[in-house]
Design a protein. Structure first.
Length: 103
């Protein structure tokens, strides 16, 4: 599975990032430092990024793209591979959740 940004940056499942762009350099730097992905609402909604998990890698890349578009005003786009699985369910019991309740 390969994700391709419009600046030429590509990210493969497993965390291999190709490209000489500022984005590619930043993504490589972030991976070296360690990355968390916001999967569920706080508290406890962040999980460590597993570069071998397509759902988590996709979420991280989409979040990075959205942040860069919003904060930096970049005109980047992202081509995503087909067949990305759903994010994992929360690790807590959701059977008691009231869909009409606002926290």
């Amino acid at each position: 599975m390969i994700w391709a940004f419009s600046d030429g940056t590509t990210v493969a499942l497993g965390g291999n990032i190709e490209g000489a762009s500022v984005l590619a350099q930043r993504l490589r730097s972030d991976l070296q430092r360690g990355v968390t992905v916001s999967v569920w609402p706080p508290p406890g909604g962040d999980v460590p990024l597993d570069v071998n998990d397509a759902a988590l890698l996709d979420k991280w890349l989409r979040d990075e793209l959205a942040w860069r578009q919003r904060a930096r005003g970049l005109e980047l786009t992202l081509k995503r591979p087909d067949g990305i699985p759903e994010l994992p369910p929360p690790p807590w019991d959701t059977s008691l959740d009231d869909p009409g309740l606002v926290y």
